[in-house]
Design a protein around this ligand. Structure first.
Ligand SMILES: *Cc1c(COP(=O)(O)O)cnc(C)c1O
Length: 429
């Protein structure tokens, strides 16, 4: 049985899993069931009172999903995790216990395009709002926090521009103002970056990406560090005060460091229903076993391709923190010591039109709105994923019209370079 002292490569295979008690199955079975038989009426009552941990109904908990939750929590160094149906669901699930009508979250301008839209538009329906700030401007983050702010939110390695957030500096601000820092660690994965070691409170993931790793299933996860004192702050009544949605239960008092995780299951999944299904958990468990091997190759290939592009006269610039020319290169050793990930953008001479021609000319790269696949992927963010954004938001997010984003896969780097070479020839002819 692995424990937390084991290395990452061991934990990514073993954490949370044990041979199936009924059959001895070594690989975690897909528990394809909606409900679980109670031993007797007392057992059922204890489960519903959260006095005993067990399985009731798969909207709340499922044994296959539970293994994945423990696996991801362990890899991140957290105390608990709640899996959900997608990365975007995870973001709502992370904010939900903290927010209320009139409250706001201070967020980085450098975010996944869908997150920008979620935060600028959709969360307003709940009466929440987001204040966008350049996270390199620490004074601006402090200035944006007001009495109604309930969280600070950023990405560790921000999609799409290869920007690395100074998590140490941002978490210091979060501590000073007594707010939780939520870090979207999707593009880094816990292999490259462990936000809790830099002071983050919660981590969210789109498990759709590198954690599954092969572009097969959607999923998300919220991981809790267990370090935030919800009761002391007085700002989070759903966690600290009697919660009317759970017959007056005080989550912080009852569950201590597990309060956020229990709240996520007992209220978040119960009432919002953004549940991960056991099939998805199975695929993600299979994928996560090779996370470190894949991330090493993603990084090695990304460095090689980025260097080649940087030296090519048809390319204006490359934004990859793994390059010495990057403004963020000196954050790599501190924030993501095993590498700056597999995602970056580059600007093609000839601007928007040349980018569109390049996308149409690639053969190995796939033109898709995804990242973190074994396959190399390419997209012109300005005309697709970031299409909803205004011109200034596009530039702030690192998705200017003259850049294409690549998610470098684990194929032979030389084949990737040859593909880009022939496509650049067509794009800039
Ligand atoms: C894909 C992605 C999301 C959204 O995740 P889904 O699983 O597509 O809902 C959020 N953040 C980042 C950084 C992403 O790459």
């Amino acid at each position: 049985m692995p424990d937390k002292t084991h290395g990452f490569d061991t934990l990514q295979i073993h954490a949370g899993a044990r041979p199936d008690p009924a059959t001895g199955a070594r690989s975690t079975p897909i528990y394809q069931t909606t409900a679980y038989v109670f031993r007797d009426a007392d057992h059922a009552a204890a489960l519903f009172n959260l006095q005993e941990v067990g399985f009731i109904y798969s909207r709340l908990t499922n044994p296959t999903v539970a293994v994945l939750q423990e696996r991801i929590a362990t890899l991140e160094g957290g105390v608990g995790a709640v899996c959900c149906s997608s990365g975007h669901a995870a973001q709502i699930m992370a904010l939900f216990p903290l927010m209320a009508p009139g409250r706001n979250v201070v967020v980085s301008t450098r975010l996944y395009g869908g997150t920008v839209t979620q935060m600028t538009q959709t969360i307003r329906r709940f009466g929440w709002s987001a204040k966008f700030v350049d996270f390199d401007d620490l004074d601006a983050i402090r200035a944006a926090v007001d009495d109604d702010t309930r969280a600070i939110f950023c990405e560790s390695i921000a999609n799409p521009g290869g920007y690395i957030t100074d998590l140490d500096a941002v978490s210091q601000i979060a501590r000073d103002v007594g707010l939780p820092l939520i870090v979207d660690n999707t593009t880094a994965t816990p292999y490259l970056c462990r936000p809790f070691e830099h002071g983050a409170t919660l981590v969210v993931h789109s498990t759709t990406k590198y954690l599954t790793g092969n572009g097969t299933v959607m999923g998300g996860c919220v991981v809790d560090s267990g370090t935030f004192d919800w009761a002391a702050s007085g700002k989070f009544p759903s966690l600290s005060d009697p919660e009317p949605a759970y017959h007056g239960l005080k989550f912080a008092e009852t569950f201590g460091p597990m309060a956020f995780t229990f709240h996520g299951i007992a209220i978040g999944l119960r009432d919002l229903g953004m549940t991960m299904n056991p099939q998805a958990a199975h695929y993600t468990l299979c994928g996560i076993e090779t996370l470190s091997l894949r991330m090493e190759r993603h990084v090695r290939n990304a460095v090689k391709v980025a260097k080649w592009l940087e030296a090519d006269p048809r390319v204006d610039y490359v934004t990859y923190a793994g390059l010495e020319s990057s403004k963020y290169h000196d954050r790599v050793a501190r924030i993501c010591p095993r590498g700056a990930g597999g995602l970056f953008t580059f600007a093609v001479k000839g601007g928007y039109d040349a980018c569109v021609r390049l996308i149409d000319a690639v053969e190995i790269f796939s033109h898709v709105a995804n990242l973190g696949d074994t396959r190399s992927l390419i997209i012109h963010s300005a005309s697709t994923t970031h299409r909803q954004l205004e011109a200034n938001q596009l530039v702030a997010a690192g998705a200017a019209p003259e850049v294409v984003r690549v998610s470098i896969g684990i194929e032979d780097a030389d084949d990737l370079i040859a593909d880009l070479d022939q496509a650049l020839a067509k794009a800039t002819a």
